[in-house]
Structure formats: structure tokens, C-alpha cells
Design a protein around this ligand. Structure first.
Ligand SMILES: C[S@@+](CC[C@H](N)C(=O)[O-])C[C@H]1O[C@@H](n2cnc3c(N)ncnc32)[C@H](O)[C@@H]1O
Length: 210
């Protein structure tokens, strides 16, 4: 059996996290130790936690501006906790409806001593009571046609959506044409990250909410 807690950390992780590499290591090893038992990740993910998940998420960090960010459907903390570790200058609210996942997120925030994270147990649709956010992130929550309305509703006017997507993002955008119009999105683009580091690419649907 592979001991995932000994998965070698790619040298790239130290470059991308800089002086935040220690909390990144602590989070990744906690996720490797407890993630499967808590139903946060499948066992198949263990040997590729760094490459497929942690690095995939931290690549988005340079797209964030100082301000307030909502991460919808954080689950294990992807990308919300990873980004909060990498960007202590940004305030994060992790919005997650499942109790067990909320408990995990809260315990990690405590363990890692993160001062820039709040965890809210809610569906995104019910979180519109929160003050509007400057940026909204999400990863692996749902297709854009459903994700755009629920994330755009959380953003302030002039705020931004940063929705992490797979290779099929082009097809998803075509299918979400009505949602894009209804949410009054502009500057719609797909940002591809990671190529310069020779790592697996991360695609981000980025748009401004008018
Ligand atoms: C497949 S998991 C992905 C978790 C994490 N973002 C990742 O990339 O590993 C989807 C997560 O979205 C959450 N979720 C589903 N519908 C949601 C909604 N309407 N509002 C907020 N979170 C939601 C689920 O509870 C779950 O934790």
C-alpha cells in the first residue's frame, strides 16, 4: 500500500507557496492522514494530492486581489484553504453545506492558526445574506450553467468569478450562454495556468459581475 503521507512534495510547491510552505505541508499531510476516512477525498487521490489538488489550487493565488473572497463548496478545503494559506492578505469565507466537511474545515483553520478564514455552513443560494464579496471561487461544484447564478449572486457589482474547470470548459461556456447573460457577466475569459511550470494545467473561468 502506498503511504500517501510520504508522497514527495514537488519542488514547485516550495516555489509557489514561498514562506507559506510549512502550513501548506501541514494541511496536505492532515488531508492525507484523515481525508479518506472523513469522506473528503477518494483513496485514488492520495498518491497525487500535491500534484492534482494542492498545486492545482495554489496556481489560482496570483489571480486574487486583497479583499474578501467567498469559496463555494470548499469540501476538503479546495481551493479555499489552500488559497487562504498562500494569501494571508486576503479574507476568505468558506461556504459549505455538509456538517462533517464544515467540522473538518473549522478544525484545520484552528490547527493551522489561520486568521483570515471564516467557515459558514450554508448552501451558496442561502448565503446571499452575507455582505457581497469581491471575488468568488469554486472548484468541482457543478456545471457553469448552475454555478454561475449561485456564485454571481454572492459577488458585489464589479466583483469577479474565478471558477476552476476542467478541459471541457469551452463546452460548459456554450451551454451556459443564458446564465452568462442573465447574471450580466462581462470580460468572460478562460485563464490557463501552470504551463510555465510544466505542471498539469488549471483552467479558470474568469468573469466580471456587472
Ligand atoms: C465534489 S465536492 C468538491 C469539493 C472541493 N471544492 C474540491 O475541489 O475538492 C462539491 C462540494 O460542493 C458542495 N456543494 C454542493 N452544492 C452546493 C451549494 N449549492 N452551495 C455550496 N456548496 C455546495 C458539496 O457539499 C461538496 O462539498
Amino acid at each position: 500500500m502506498i503511504d500517501s503521507t510520504r508522497e514527495p512534495e514537488p519542488a514547485l510547491a516550495a516555489t509557489l507557496f514561498g514562506d507559506r510552505i510549512e502550513p501548506a505541508r501541514a494541511y496536505t499531510s492532515a488531508l492525507a492522514r484523515r481525508g479518506v476516512e472523513l469522506g473528503l477525498i477518494g483513496p485514488i487521490e492520495l498518491p497525487r494530492l500535491w500534484t492534482r489538488h494542492i498545486i492545482n489550487c495554489v496556481l489560482v493565488a496570483p489571480l486574487l486581489s486583497p479583499g474578501r473572497v467567498a469559496d463555494v463548496g470548499s469540501g476538503a478545503g479546495l481551493p479555499g484553504l489552500v488559497l487562504a494559506i498562500a494569501r494571508p492578505d486576503v479574507e476568505f469565507v468558506l461556504i459549505e453545506p455538509m456538517e462533517r466537511r464544515v467540522e473538518w474545515l473549522e478544525s484545520e483553520v484552528h490547527e493551522l492558526g489561520l486568521m483570515n478564514v471564516e467557515v459558514v455552513r450554508s448552501r451558496a443560494e442561502d448565503a446571499t445574506v452575507l455582505p457581497a464579496f469581491d471575488q468568488v471561487t469554486a472548484r468541482a461544484v457543478s456545471a457553469l450553467s448552475r454555478l454561475i447564478p449561485i456564485t454571481a449572486a454572492l459577488a458585489r457589482s464589479g466583483g469577479e468569478l474565478l471558477l476552476m474547470k476542467g478541459e471541457g470548459v469551452g463546452r460548459e461556456i456554450d451551454a451556459a450562454e443564458k446564465a452568462v447573460r442573465k447574471a450580466r457577466l462581462s470580460n468572460v475569459e478562460v485563464v490557463t495556468l501552470g504551463a510555465e511550470f510544466g505542471t498539469e494545467e488549471t483552467r479558470v473561468f474568469r468573469a466580471t459581475v456587472d
